[in-house]
Design a protein around this ligand. Sequence first.
Ligand SMILES: C[S@@+](CC[C@H](N)C(=O)[O-])C[C@H]1O[C@@H](n2cnc3c(N)ncnc32)[C@H](O)[C@@H]1O
Length: 289
Amino acid sequence: MPTSSQDQDGRHGSSEGIRRFYDRLAHGEAERLVKDIPGRVSLEVHRRFLRRHIRPGWRALEVGAGPGRFTVELAALGASVVVSDLSPVQLALNTEFVTAAGAEHAVERREELDVRDLSRYTDDSFDAVLAFGGPLSYVFEAEQTAMNGLVRVTRPGGLVLASVMSRWGTWRAHLPGVLALEEQHGTAMGGLVLATGDLRHVPELEHVCRMFTWQEVADLVDAADARLVDSSASNWASLQHAGSLTALEQDQLRWQRFLDHEATACAAPGSRDGGTHIIFAAEPPHCRR
Ligand SMILES: C[S@@+](CC[C@H](N)C(=O)[O-])C[C@H]1O[C@@H](n2cnc3c(N)ncnc32)[C@H](O)[C@@H]1O
Protein backbone atom coordinates (compact mmCIF):
# COMPACT_ATOMS: atom_id res chain seq x y z
CA MET A 1 0.00 0.00 0.00
CA PRO A 2 1.39 3.45 -0.84
CA THR A 3 2.37 5.60 2.10
CA SER A 4 2.80 9.32 2.12
CA SER A 5 1.60 12.48 3.70
CA GLN A 6 -1.67 14.09 4.68
CA ASP A 7 -3.59 15.82 1.85
CA GLN A 8 -2.06 19.21 1.20
CA ASP A 9 -5.33 20.89 2.18
CA GLY A 10 -5.28 19.00 5.49
CA ARG A 11 -8.51 17.08 4.83
CA HIS A 12 -7.54 13.43 4.69
CA GLY A 13 -9.66 11.83 1.95
CA SER A 14 -11.18 15.10 0.66
CA SER A 15 -12.24 15.13 -2.99
CA GLU A 16 -9.30 17.51 -3.69
CA GLY A 17 -6.94 14.98 -2.09
CA ILE A 18 -8.39 12.04 -4.07
CA ARG A 19 -8.24 14.07 -7.31
CA ARG A 20 -4.60 14.93 -6.66
CA PHE A 21 -3.85 11.28 -5.90
CA TYR A 22 -5.28 10.14 -9.26
CA ASP A 23 -3.74 13.08 -11.14
CA ARG A 24 -0.33 12.09 -9.76
CA LEU A 25 -0.90 8.33 -10.19
CA ALA A 26 -1.65 8.99 -13.88
CA HIS A 27 -0.50 5.96 -15.95
CA GLY A 28 -0.11 3.90 -12.76
CA GLU A 29 -3.88 3.41 -12.63
CA ALA A 30 -3.87 1.87 -16.13
CA GLU A 31 -1.50 -0.82 -14.78
CA ARG A 32 -3.70 -1.86 -11.85
CA LEU A 33 -5.79 -4.42 -13.74
CA VAL A 34 -3.00 -5.94 -15.82
CA LYS A 35 0.12 -5.99 -13.65
CA ASP A 36 -0.57 -9.17 -11.64
CA ILE A 37 -2.83 -12.23 -11.49
CA PRO A 38 -5.44 -10.84 -9.05
CA GLY A 39 -5.75 -7.71 -11.25
CA ARG A 40 -6.04 -9.64 -14.50
CA VAL A 41 -8.65 -11.99 -13.01
CA SER A 42 -10.58 -9.03 -11.58
CA LEU A 43 -10.56 -7.39 -15.03
CA GLU A 44 -11.95 -10.55 -16.63
CA VAL A 45 -14.65 -11.00 -13.95
CA HIS A 46 -15.71 -7.32 -14.31
CA ARG A 47 -15.78 -7.74 -18.12
CA ARG A 48 -17.99 -10.81 -17.92
CA PHE A 49 -20.31 -8.95 -15.54
CA LEU A 50 -20.64 -6.12 -18.10
CA ARG A 51 -21.29 -8.57 -20.93
CA ARG A 52 -24.16 -10.10 -18.94
CA HIS A 53 -25.92 -6.78 -18.57
CA ILE A 54 -25.12 -4.18 -21.26
CA ARG A 55 -27.34 -4.22 -24.36
CA PRO A 56 -26.32 -2.86 -27.82
CA GLY A 57 -27.61 0.68 -28.36
CA TRP A 58 -27.70 1.57 -24.66
CA ARG A 59 -26.57 5.03 -23.57
CA ALA A 60 -24.29 4.81 -20.54
CA LEU A 61 -22.81 7.23 -18.04
CA GLU A 62 -19.41 6.01 -16.84
CA VAL A 63 -18.43 7.52 -13.48
CA GLY A 64 -14.82 7.36 -12.31
CA ALA A 65 -13.90 5.98 -15.72
CA GLY A 66 -10.16 6.38 -15.15
CA PRO A 67 -7.97 5.47 -18.11
CA GLY A 68 -10.83 3.70 -19.86
CA ARG A 69 -10.51 -0.08 -19.69
CA PHE A 70 -14.27 -0.33 -19.28
CA THR A 71 -15.02 2.54 -21.68
CA VAL A 72 -13.50 0.30 -24.35
CA GLU A 73 -15.61 -2.65 -23.14
CA LEU A 74 -18.80 -0.56 -23.25
CA ALA A 75 -17.94 0.47 -26.82
CA ALA A 76 -17.34 -3.17 -27.80
CA LEU A 77 -20.78 -4.05 -26.42
CA GLY A 78 -22.41 -1.42 -28.64
CA ALA A 79 -23.14 1.23 -25.99
CA SER A 80 -22.54 4.98 -26.34
CA VAL A 81 -20.81 6.54 -23.35
CA VAL A 82 -20.66 9.82 -21.46
CA VAL A 83 -17.24 9.41 -19.84
CA SER A 84 -16.63 11.17 -16.52
CA ASP A 85 -14.04 11.30 -13.76
CA LEU A 86 -12.97 13.47 -10.84
CA SER A 87 -9.41 13.62 -12.22
CA PRO A 88 -8.64 15.67 -15.35
CA VAL A 89 -5.43 13.67 -15.82
CA GLN A 90 -7.39 10.40 -15.88
CA LEU A 91 -9.83 11.94 -18.38
CA ALA A 92 -6.93 12.88 -20.68
CA LEU A 93 -5.52 9.34 -20.37
CA ASN A 94 -8.99 8.00 -21.15
CA THR A 95 -8.96 9.92 -24.46
CA GLU A 96 -5.51 8.49 -25.30
CA PHE A 97 -6.33 4.89 -24.34
CA VAL A 98 -9.80 4.79 -25.92
CA THR A 99 -8.54 6.40 -29.15
CA ALA A 100 -5.64 3.93 -29.35
CA ALA A 101 -8.13 1.08 -28.87
CA GLY A 102 -10.23 2.38 -31.80
CA ALA A 103 -13.26 2.94 -29.55
CA GLU A 104 -13.53 6.75 -29.57
CA HIS A 105 -16.60 6.60 -31.86
CA ALA A 106 -18.61 5.37 -28.83
CA VAL A 107 -17.76 8.39 -26.63
CA GLU A 108 -20.47 11.06 -26.62
CA ARG A 109 -18.42 13.47 -24.48
CA ARG A 110 -16.09 13.63 -21.47
CA GLU A 111 -16.61 15.70 -18.35
CA GLU A 112 -15.16 16.23 -14.91
CA LEU A 113 -17.67 14.92 -12.40
CA ASP A 114 -17.77 14.11 -8.69
CA VAL A 115 -20.10 11.15 -8.08
CA ARG A 116 -21.40 13.02 -5.01
CA ASP A 117 -23.19 15.51 -7.27
CA LEU A 118 -25.07 14.26 -10.34
CA SER A 119 -27.45 17.25 -10.34
CA ARG A 120 -26.47 18.22 -13.92
CA TYR A 121 -28.37 15.14 -15.20
CA THR A 122 -32.14 14.84 -15.17
CA ASP A 123 -33.95 11.74 -13.83
CA ASP A 124 -33.84 8.63 -16.09
CA SER A 125 -31.12 10.11 -18.37
CA PHE A 126 -29.24 6.85 -18.98
CA ASP A 127 -29.93 3.17 -19.72
CA ALA A 128 -26.92 2.21 -17.63
CA VAL A 129 -24.66 3.94 -15.14
CA LEU A 130 -21.28 2.34 -14.58
CA ALA A 131 -19.12 3.01 -11.53
CA PHE A 132 -16.48 0.27 -11.62
CA GLY A 133 -13.30 0.27 -9.57
CA GLY A 134 -14.55 2.13 -6.60
CA PRO A 135 -15.71 5.76 -7.09
CA LEU A 136 -18.22 4.92 -4.33
CA SER A 137 -15.29 3.92 -2.11
CA TYR A 138 -13.86 7.45 -2.29
CA VAL A 139 -16.81 9.51 -1.06
CA PHE A 140 -16.81 8.44 2.60
CA GLU A 141 -19.81 9.93 4.41
CA ALA A 142 -21.53 10.77 1.07
CA GLU A 143 -21.94 7.21 -0.21
CA GLN A 144 -25.73 7.17 0.19
CA THR A 145 -26.07 10.54 -1.59
CA ALA A 146 -23.87 9.17 -4.38
CA MET A 147 -25.83 5.91 -4.67
CA ASN A 148 -29.16 7.78 -4.69
CA GLY A 149 -27.83 9.94 -7.54
CA LEU A 150 -26.70 6.92 -9.59
CA VAL A 151 -30.14 5.33 -9.19
CA ARG A 152 -31.99 8.59 -9.97
CA VAL A 153 -30.27 9.20 -13.33
CA THR A 154 -30.81 5.58 -14.48
CA ARG A 155 -34.15 4.92 -16.21
CA PRO A 156 -36.50 2.25 -14.87
CA GLY A 157 -35.54 -1.02 -16.59
CA GLY A 158 -31.93 0.18 -16.85
CA LEU A 159 -29.10 -0.73 -14.48
CA VAL A 160 -26.58 0.73 -12.08
CA LEU A 161 -23.44 -1.42 -12.39
CA ALA A 162 -20.81 -0.71 -9.77
CA SER A 163 -17.95 -2.18 -7.84
CA VAL A 164 -16.52 -1.11 -4.49
CA MET A 165 -13.45 -2.11 -2.52
CA SER A 166 -14.14 -5.17 -0.38
CA ARG A 167 -13.17 -5.15 3.29
CA TRP A 168 -12.71 -8.86 3.93
CA GLY A 169 -11.16 -9.69 0.55
CA THR A 170 -8.67 -6.83 0.83
CA TRP A 171 -7.74 -7.97 4.34
CA ARG A 172 -7.08 -11.46 2.99
CA ALA A 173 -5.16 -10.25 -0.08
CA HIS A 174 -2.97 -7.76 1.80
CA LEU A 175 -2.60 -9.48 5.20
CA PRO A 176 1.21 -9.06 5.48
CA GLY A 177 0.91 -5.31 4.72
CA VAL A 178 -1.97 -4.96 7.19
CA LEU A 179 0.03 -6.68 9.95
CA ALA A 180 3.02 -4.40 9.23
CA LEU A 181 0.78 -1.32 9.57
CA GLU A 182 -0.55 -2.67 12.88
CA GLU A 183 2.99 -3.11 14.16
CA GLN A 184 3.70 0.50 13.23
CA HIS A 185 0.46 2.12 14.45
CA GLY A 186 -1.04 -0.34 16.96
CA THR A 187 -3.72 -3.01 16.94
CA ALA A 188 -6.44 -0.52 17.96
CA MET A 189 -5.94 1.21 14.60
CA GLY A 190 -6.22 -2.18 12.83
CA GLY A 191 -9.44 -2.91 14.71
CA LEU A 192 -10.93 0.43 13.70
CA VAL A 193 -10.15 -0.16 10.02
CA LEU A 194 -11.75 -3.62 10.12
CA ALA A 195 -14.78 -2.33 12.01
CA THR A 196 -15.45 0.56 9.64
CA GLY A 197 -13.60 -0.23 6.39
CA ASP A 198 -12.28 3.34 6.53
CA LEU A 199 -8.57 3.60 5.68
CA ARG A 200 -8.50 7.18 6.98
CA HIS A 201 -7.80 5.58 10.37
CA VAL A 202 -4.29 4.72 9.13
CA PRO A 203 -2.05 7.72 9.83
CA GLU A 204 -0.29 9.26 6.84
CA LEU A 205 -1.66 6.83 4.26
CA GLU A 206 -1.89 8.57 0.90
CA HIS A 207 -4.32 6.17 -0.79
CA VAL A 208 -7.36 6.22 1.47
CA CYS A 209 -10.73 4.69 0.61
CA ARG A 210 -13.64 2.92 2.26
CA MET A 211 -13.86 -0.85 1.95
CA PHE A 212 -17.36 -2.31 2.14
CA THR A 213 -18.88 -5.56 3.32
CA TRP A 214 -21.53 -7.23 1.17
CA GLN A 215 -24.18 -6.39 3.77
CA GLU A 216 -23.25 -2.69 3.64
CA VAL A 217 -23.59 -2.74 -0.17
CA ALA A 218 -27.00 -4.42 0.08
CA ASP A 219 -28.13 -1.82 2.65
CA LEU A 220 -26.93 1.05 0.44
CA VAL A 221 -28.87 -0.26 -2.57
CA ASP A 222 -31.95 -0.90 -0.47
CA ALA A 223 -31.89 2.59 1.03
CA ALA A 224 -31.71 4.03 -2.52
CA ASP A 225 -35.00 2.22 -3.22
CA ALA A 226 -33.29 0.05 -5.86
CA ARG A 227 -33.30 -3.73 -6.28
CA LEU A 228 -30.18 -5.91 -6.47
CA VAL A 229 -30.32 -8.10 -9.58
CA ASP A 230 -26.80 -9.54 -9.76
CA SER A 231 -23.60 -9.63 -7.72
CA SER A 232 -20.11 -11.10 -7.73
CA ALA A 233 -16.77 -10.95 -6.01
CA SER A 234 -13.88 -9.87 -8.26
CA ASN A 235 -11.73 -12.81 -7.13
CA TRP A 236 -12.13 -16.01 -5.20
CA ALA A 237 -9.26 -18.47 -5.83
CA SER A 238 -6.95 -15.91 -7.48
CA LEU A 239 -5.73 -13.79 -4.55
CA GLN A 240 -3.06 -16.23 -3.39
CA HIS A 241 -0.91 -19.02 -4.92
CA ALA A 242 0.76 -16.66 -7.42
CA GLY A 243 3.37 -19.29 -8.38
CA SER A 244 0.84 -21.97 -9.39
CA LEU A 245 -1.39 -19.48 -11.16
CA THR A 246 1.47 -17.86 -13.10
CA ALA A 247 2.34 -21.30 -14.47
CA LEU A 248 -1.33 -22.02 -15.24
CA GLU A 249 -1.71 -18.71 -17.12
CA GLN A 250 0.89 -19.92 -19.67
CA ASP A 251 -1.46 -22.73 -20.72
CA GLN A 252 -4.26 -20.97 -22.59
CA LEU A 253 -6.78 -23.79 -22.44
CA ARG A 254 -6.31 -24.53 -18.75
CA TRP A 255 -6.29 -20.76 -17.95
CA GLN A 256 -9.62 -20.26 -19.73
CA ARG A 257 -11.05 -23.21 -17.80
CA PHE A 258 -9.72 -21.72 -14.55
CA LEU A 259 -11.33 -18.34 -15.41
CA ASP A 260 -14.67 -20.05 -16.08
CA HIS A 261 -14.54 -21.78 -12.68
CA GLU A 262 -13.32 -18.60 -10.99
CA ALA A 263 -16.19 -16.52 -12.46
CA THR A 264 -18.69 -19.15 -11.26
CA ALA A 265 -17.13 -19.21 -7.78
CA CYS A 266 -17.12 -15.39 -7.60
CA ALA A 267 -20.86 -15.30 -8.38
CA ALA A 268 -21.76 -17.75 -5.60
CA PRO A 269 -23.58 -15.94 -2.78
CA GLY A 270 -21.04 -17.17 -0.21
CA SER A 271 -18.15 -15.55 -2.11
CA ARG A 272 -19.36 -11.95 -2.37
CA ASP A 273 -16.97 -10.65 0.31
CA GLY A 274 -14.04 -12.73 -0.93
CA GLY A 275 -12.35 -10.62 -3.64
CA THR A 276 -10.61 -7.26 -3.66
CA HIS A 277 -13.88 -5.77 -5.01
CA ILE A 278 -17.62 -6.42 -4.67
CA ILE A 279 -19.45 -6.04 -8.01
CA PHE A 280 -23.20 -5.47 -8.17
CA ALA A 281 -26.06 -4.60 -10.50
CA ALA A 282 -29.09 -2.69 -9.20
CA GLU A 283 -32.33 -1.77 -10.90
CA PRO A 284 -34.06 1.56 -10.16
CA PRO A 285 -37.66 1.50 -8.92
CA HIS A 286 -40.42 1.59 -11.56
CA CYS A 287 -42.19 4.41 -9.73
CA ARG A 288 -40.05 7.05 -8.09
CA ARG A 289 -41.03 8.19 -4.61
C1 LIG B 1 -9.46 2.78 -9.14
S1 LIG B 1 -9.85 3.91 -10.42
C2 LIG B 1 -11.01 2.98 -11.42
C3 LIG B 1 -10.99 3.36 -12.87
C4 LIG B 1 -11.90 2.51 -13.77
N1 LIG B 1 -13.30 2.71 -13.46
C5 LIG B 1 -11.55 1.04 -13.65
O1 LIG B 1 -12.27 0.33 -12.94
O2 LIG B 1 -10.54 0.63 -14.22
C6 LIG B 1 -10.95 5.03 -9.57
C7 LIG B 1 -11.32 6.22 -10.41
O3 LIG B 1 -12.36 6.92 -9.73
C8 LIG B 1 -12.11 8.29 -9.79
N2 LIG B 1 -12.77 8.91 -8.62
C9 LIG B 1 -12.37 8.93 -7.34
N3 LIG B 1 -13.26 9.60 -6.58
C10 LIG B 1 -14.24 10.00 -7.41
C11 LIG B 1 -15.42 10.76 -7.23
N4 LIG B 1 -15.77 11.24 -6.03
N5 LIG B 1 -16.20 11.01 -8.31
C12 LIG B 1 -15.86 10.54 -9.54
N6 LIG B 1 -14.73 9.83 -9.77
C13 LIG B 1 -13.94 9.56 -8.73
C14 LIG B 1 -10.59 8.42 -9.77
O4 LIG B 1 -10.15 9.65 -10.29
C15 LIG B 1 -10.17 7.21 -10.62
O5 LIG B 1 -10.04 7.54 -11.96
